[in-house]
Design a protein around this ligand. Sequence first.
Ligand SMILES: NC(=O)C1=CN([C@@H]2O[C@H](COP(=O)(O)OP(=O)(O)OC[C@H]3O[C@@H](n4cnc5c(N)ncnc54)[C@H](OP(=O)(O)O)[C@@H]3O)[C@@H](O)[C@H]2O)[C@@H](O)CC1
Ligand SMILES: Nc1ncnc2c1ncn2[C@@H]1O[C@H](COP(=O)(O)OP(=O)(O)O)[C@@H](O)[C@H]1O
Ligand SMILES: [K+]
Length: 513
Amino acid sequence: MDTPTPLYLTRQIRAIEAAAFQREPSYAVMTRAGRAAARWLDGVAPGGGTLLFVAGPGNNGGDALVAATMLHRAGRAVRVWLLAPPERLPADASQAWHDACVAKVPTDILPPPAPAAGMAPYVLPAFPPRMSAIVDGLLGIGLSRAVEGDLVTVIEQLNHAPVPRFALDIPSGLQADTGVAQQAIRATATLTFIGAKPGLYTGQGRDFAGTVSTDDLGLPLPDGVTAEIMLNEPACFAHALPARLHASHKGSFGNLAIIGGDAGMCGAPLLGARAALRLGAGRVHVGFLNDAPPAFDVQHPELMLRAASQIDRAAMDAIVLGPGMGQGTRAQPWLDLLNAGTPRTARHVLDADALNLLAQARTPPHLNEQDVLTPHPLEAARLLSGNIAMVQTDRLAAARALSKRYGAVSVLKGSGTVVAAPDGRLAINPTGNAALATAGTGDVLAGMTGALLAQGMPGWEAALAAVWLHGAAADRLVAQGAGMAGLAAGDLACAARAVYRELVELMQGSPGL
Ligand SMILES: NC(=O)C1=CN([C@@H]2O[C@H](COP(=O)(O)OP(=O)(O)OC[C@H]3O[C@@H](n4cnc5c(N)ncnc54)[C@H](OP(=O)(O)O)[C@@H]3O)[C@@H](O)[C@H]2O)[C@@H](O)CC1
Ligand SMILES: Nc1ncnc2c1ncn2[C@@H]1O[C@H](COP(=O)(O)OP(=O)(O)O)[C@@H](O)[C@H]1O
Ligand SMILES: [K+]
């Protein structure tokens, strides 16, 4: 199994670059980036037409110029639009421009994009005839502020061209550290240099970056740079997946209780419980907070349903608090049971209204790194006494702050779910898609996390595995023709089981479930 993919912040990429520039000229590194881009484009960009390279004012433009020159020399039809005055390019990009001119690459210098108060928006010239793709070298990791002025309309016009767009390093306008973008190139695919960046995978990143490939340009990690953020891949958690020995019994796989289901919300804990069954929990109990809990689940009579007050808390290995729980008087005591001084054996997942109660708690409950919080951005905002914009502006920082404040693993949900541990570990999940944007999928995730905790997985690995499997199940269902619109949360459990089985087989060479 491959080692997990590290994600690097811009300051770390700059440190890797700076160390390389001690050993070799910076233009040699740009040449490698340009060559990697040319090779990549040769494989992915449709042939038979002109590739339009759009080069900006910095070294990202330099990469585009080197790639365009190489492809031109190799006989491909290219054209470069330089959106900057050539005399103001930084040294390496200036060298690349010079080389392009010497090689007689067809080029146009367009007026540099600048804020144009009170003037009509800048209109690009007509695209080259038979243009087959746009290569985006406008802005890379040097993006220092939100895109503004004429560049906004330039990007809009490029985004409207009816051809695929290929971004170099990062789609122009997307923030590499956070995945925030006001206006950015919407790429079909991105080739990112030196190391992958978190912003390609979370927030708005996935919508702008398309399929991401990485070329490390052969640059080693210098002393002092360590990967602080990982892409959540099976290599991050597979070693901790529960083994299933012949000599085992239901007690070997844990007792899980899902507490929730206030009046009118009975479905939520059932969704979680059904998913927990499919991920191998030994016994799954559902404790309802409403007066008339269903006697049994017609679809899954294996589940044990009762009033929440009848759940033997001491017998549980894991408890999921929150699905459909409401914030009524019957809910609060379950949070109070987490106060310091009250003994407990079960590890807890706090979801939905359990998180809203947690946010209001005068004395925060006693949680630890074996417990998992699963907020969506609004719940996270409440937990951090902030607002959604604050959370989404820096999802990594928000997840890290949550784990630090509450002492538990936190799972900040949404596109590119971020998982953080109290010790500072961070991961971004690459699986899942917008088919998950439907009610109940969070209940399923909470149940899956509880199932893995009940089977003894540590908090960090259980959260990573649940999030990955949940997303991979949605990806599989969509690939099989379910959704994007219309996927039901209840569809996920069996797909997650299938993905889990394949993963276990891959890991252990034998069926795991
Ligand atoms: N040197 C090398 O050998 C290697 C370089 N590499 C490549 O270099 C890239 C980094 O290059 P870079 O540092 O020059 O920054 P880059 O992203 O081109 O942009 C800077 C320019 O954009 C401008 N600008 C910024 N924000 C703006 C905004 N919102 N709206 C408008 N303008 C804005 C900014 O202006 P300023 O902020 O100074 O006013 C400046 O002019 C990296 O992503 C990779 O592709 C790698 O291949 C490795 C080898
Ligand atoms: N666009 C998306 N891309 C990937 N995952 C998504 C997307 N939208 C929602 N999800 C996932 O779906 C789940 C939704 O959880 P939540 O908002 O708590 O729903 P609910 O409370 O209705 O169960 C989370 O796991 C979230 O990460
Ligand atoms: K770019």
